[in-house]
Design a protein around this ligand. Structure first.
Ligand code: PSU
Ligand code: MN
Length: 304
């Protein structure tokens, strides 16, 4: 079932062979989404949560040009601290693989490698999407195109308002990607449970998500699903408070002429600095929450 170019840990390979629940995890969030050393601590903790919830974690990255499905502690440390880890989306995969480089995979690249491995559930923090001002810059994350292509359900806390949330939801509709919100009628905006945009569809249990996954793929509808799980109330940063910070980070990115794949990491880093780490605490809390939900979805799907 798996692809010959993938290097899988025995734990993940066994789980996949047995049809046991497996949860894919991305690595750009480790290398380019959070500062060291909390990024590495987060990566380890999320794997523990997935295990505690009865699923096998498979963190995905490219190391020395080798696409890896499942990593050990030293690999996570390298991804979190090594200065030469490239941010790898779909278009970057051939380069890092052929040059034998280290690459941290985005949502798009992680989805593709997870799908090649036969993993159907993937947990992250926030998705990429249509950037603000995209009508002039054409800056839309490759995550959107990949969501239309790879058969993987992606659990996130929505998208940050560094993006244009409304346009991102429009694009996902055009691409035929189901967007469901777990336990809420509103689409969440990462740090906050609200965004001003209604949930395109609502689900109230992991079993309902698993049933949708099965229905989608049995109908022959290729591509993934977005499962948005709002950040827990206790960890939320009020939308108005974070909005000012995001506007300032966006203005700075503009002034400095930050472009292309550097934009998202620049904004994430500045938001952590401008909030004195409060945004990082919220970010870690929502990833933990997503890990619990994702593991429950993986269990429900494996049980069908
Ligand atoms: N949004 C976040 N945190 C992240 C990312 C996005 O709130 O860590 C990362 C993910 O890896 C996502 C990538 O796939 O940024 C999108 O980058 P780009 O916009 O360059 O496609
Ligand atoms: Mn981009």
């Amino acid at each position: 079932m798996s692809h010959p170019m993938l290097q899988m840990t025995e734990e993940v390979a066994t789980a996949l062979t047995e049809g046991a629940p497996v949860v894919a995890l991305e690595s750009t969030i480790i290398s380019h989404g959070m500062p060291y050393p909390r990024n590495v601590a987060m990566a380890r903790e999320v794997e523990e949560i997935v295990r505690a919830e009865g699923a096998v974690p498979a963190t995905i990255a490219v190391l020395d040009g080798q696409p890896r499905i499942g990593l050990d502690d030293d690999d996570l440390e390298l991804l979190g601290s090594h200065p030469d880890v490239l941010k790898v989306s779909i278009r970057d995969l051939p380069y890092v693989v052929s040059r034998e480089l280290h690459g941290a995979t985005t949502v798009a690249a992680t989805m593709r490698l997870a799908a090649l491995a036969g993993i159907r559930v993937f947990v992250t923090g926030g998705l990429g999407g249509v950037h603000r001002g995209a009508s002039a810059t054409f800056d839309e994350s490759a995550d959107l195109i990949e969501l239309a292509a790879s058969d993987v359900a992606v659990v996130s806390a929505g998208v940050k308002s560094i993006l244009d949330i409304g346009l991102t939801l429009e694009r996902l509709e055009t691409l035929g990607v189901p967007v469901v919100v777990h336990g809420s009628d509103e689409y969440p905006s990462f740090y906050s449970r609200s965004s001003g945009h209604p949930a395109p569809m609502r689900v109230d249990s992991p079993a309902q998500v698993a049933a949708m996954m099965r229905a989608k793929w049995e109908l022959g509808l290729a591509g993934g699903m977005v499962v948005a799980d709002p950040i827990p109330e206790a960890d939320e940063i009020p939308a108005a408070e974070i909005a000012e910070v995001i506007d300032r980070a966006l203005a700075e990115a503009n002034e400095r002429g930050v472009r292309g794949k550097e934009i998202t990491p620049f904004l994430l880093g500045r938001i952590v600095e401008l909030t004195d780490g409060a945004s990082l605490t919220a970010n870690i809390a929502l990833v933990r929450n997503n890990a619990r939900t994702g593991a429950a979805i993986a269990r429900a799907y494996a049980g069908l």
